[in-house]
Design a protein around this ligand. Structure first.
Ligand code: XIL
Length: 322
């Protein structure tokens, strides 16, 4: 009997998806597709600060634990996202009045409580997410304002103390925009590594578009790999409608262009050393649950599965990349 094709069986590195825990609980088609196709999962929102830690002394673990239990029961790796970000902050953090030492304690306590809770179950973490601006300067987040940019290295140290076995990633978008942002991200990461900060990998989000050039997509992956760190394509989706055309519809031609872009990205990723291939994670499961249409308020079809949970041309594009 010929074994049925799936991403997890046919691809030579882990294949993951960002999971919406409510859909995982309530929608059998969604759940079965995740079980069949992927061997790695990331929580779309359930491990973010505002979800896990809504007030100073309250942690809510239920949704994240549900995902982790699902992963354990079905043999899937769990990648943690994200310990530190300028978004998804609860009001108590936004309104926190404290000394520098109290802010440091807030950062450390959150990271160590979360990493400690999932120790041994979550194998890797996006420690810091999106700290670099498009022009290559450091983003002026609440964390930088209260603690200075060196907090980034300490965030990695705190995570490492809480679980010395966890692989720790710096995660960002825009590596494929061109050299300005990419160089700033790579300099940040190389700087951390050279200081002896425990960083294991780079997350390239790869929220990209069908009009992005192959040269930019390939350079994003090759330059990250040149650091010697592990590379995770951590949040891939490929927009077909980046210009927000409200009347757009999906066509076979657009689907083929998207398939070719997925193939380009997978080929570039397959070309980096095996030991650096942490895997490719798509952001959401199907076009029905993609964050892109709701977040950008437009029709779009960024993922390899359509809104009826069927494989698109993009699915074959991924298989063709290896
Ligand atoms: C997005 C989620 O998909 C949305 O549901 C939420 O409203 C906002 O965050 N970069 C990231 C992810 O690192 O955490 C973001 O996820 C998408 C962009």
């Amino acid at each position: 009997k010929i074994e049925e094709i799936s991403l997890q069986k046919n691809m030579p590195f882990p294949m993951g998806a960002a999971i919406n825990v409510s859909l995982l609980k309530s929608n059998a088609n969604y759940r079965n597709l995740v079980i069949k196709e992927f061997n790695s999962v990331t929580a779309e929102n359930a491990m973010k600060f505002a979800s896990l830690h809504p007030s100073k002394d309250t942690y809510i673990w239920s949704d994240a634990d549900y995902l982790v239990d699902f992963a354990v029961a079905n043999g899937k790796r769990v990648h943690g996202h994200t310990l530190n970000w300028y978004q998804s902050l609860p009001d108590w953090v936004k309104n926190f009045q404290g000394t520098t030492a109290e802010w440091e304690n807030l950062l450390k306590t959150h990271i160590q409580t979360v990493v400690g809770h999932f120790k041994g179950k979550v194998v890797s973490w996006d420690v810091v997410n999106e700290a670099v601006n498009e022009d290559g300067t450091m983003r002026n987040s609440i964390w930088v304002e209260k603690l200075g940019v060196d907090y980034i290295g300490r965030a990695f140290q705190y995570a490492h103390e809480a679980d010395p076995n966890a692989l720790l990633f710096y995660n960002d978008y825009g590596h494929e925009f061109g050299p300005t942002k990419r160089t700033a991200i790579l300099n940040l990461v190389i700087g951390l590594k050279n200081k002896g900060i425990p960083i294991d990998g780079i997350g390239i989000q790869m929220h990209t578009r069908v009009t992005q050039t192959d040269a930019n997509l390939t350079a994003a992956i090759a330059t990250a790999a040149a650091t010697g760190l592990k590379v995770h394509i951590s949040e891939i989706d490929i927009s077909l409608n980046p210009d927000n055309v409200q009347s757009m519809t999906y066509t076979t031609a657009l689907g083929e262009q998207q398939a070719a872009k997925y193939k380009t990205i997978v080929q570039a990723y397959n070309a980096i050393p095996k030991s650096q291939q942490f895997g490719i994670t798509q952001w959401n499961v199907t076009d029905a649950d993609s964050w892109i249409p709701s977040n950008y308020k437009r029709p779009d079809w960024p993922l390899p599965f359509d809104a009826q949970y069927q494989r698109k041309a993009a699915y074959q594009g991924i298989l063709d990349g290896v």
